[in-house]
Structures are given as C-alpha cells and as structure tokens.
Design a binder for this molecule. Sequence first.
Ligand SMILES: [Cu+2]
Length: 138
Amino acid sequence: MLWLQNMMRIILLSFIVAIFFSFGCNGSGIDNPAYTIHLGAGDGFNPQELTVPAGSELTWVNDKEELHDVMVDASNIAGGGPMSEMDFPDGMSMDDTYTWTVPNVASGTKWYYHCHYHAIEGDGMHMGTGMVGMITVQ
Ligand SMILES: [Cu+2]
C-alpha cells in the first residue's frame, strides 16, 4: 500500500501549500495604516498636509457643530480623491466621519482638497485658500 501512503502525502502537501498561499496572497487589506484628519480644528483641516503610504485609510471627522465637507479640487491632476458629498450630500455634521482609501498610485501623487463651505479651491497644482488640505503618497 505504498502508493496510498504516497497519495496521502501528496494530498497533505498540496493542502499545506494551499494554506500558505492563501495567507501569502492576501497581503492587501491587512494592517493598512489609518489616519484621522479633524475638520474645523483651527478653522481648517488638522493635520492640513499628510504624507501617507498608498493603501492608507484616511478618516475625516467633524469635531465642530459647523457643517464642513471634504472635496477634491476639481482641477486636481490625479484622478479620484476624497469626496464626502458621496456619503453626506448636505455636508458633514458634528461627529460625522468620512473614510477614503488612498489608491495604489505612484509615490509623490498629490490630492489637493478643500471644504466647499469655507475655501476657494486650488488650481490643481497648489492648495487653495481657506479651509484646504493636501494628501501626498509616500
Ligand atoms: Cu468647512
């Protein structure tokens, strides 16, 4: 019954290999760095500028009673970007949180963004004025 023993060994080995790869290939989504940006603190975004690895999870939270939002500047060169209007069409109220995941793009990619209630947005290559912020990929 040597063939049976060998067969069992092969089945066991494939099982171990399958388990190994199911862990190894599932790297994304685990332990993505998380950052919190506060809205309204000092009449702006705090921190205003943030450099983060691709895949980071950014959460904006409104600490104040005033309505705010998070809008990528319309002329921003990199596509996508944070848009709290998707979740909060009437603005973010106190304690509302909006989360956006930084896509896997090249290091140095930037998103300029603003609060449309309290800022004039930038030209796509600079921050605007007022309540504005910037995300850079590490
Ligand atoms: Cu605002």
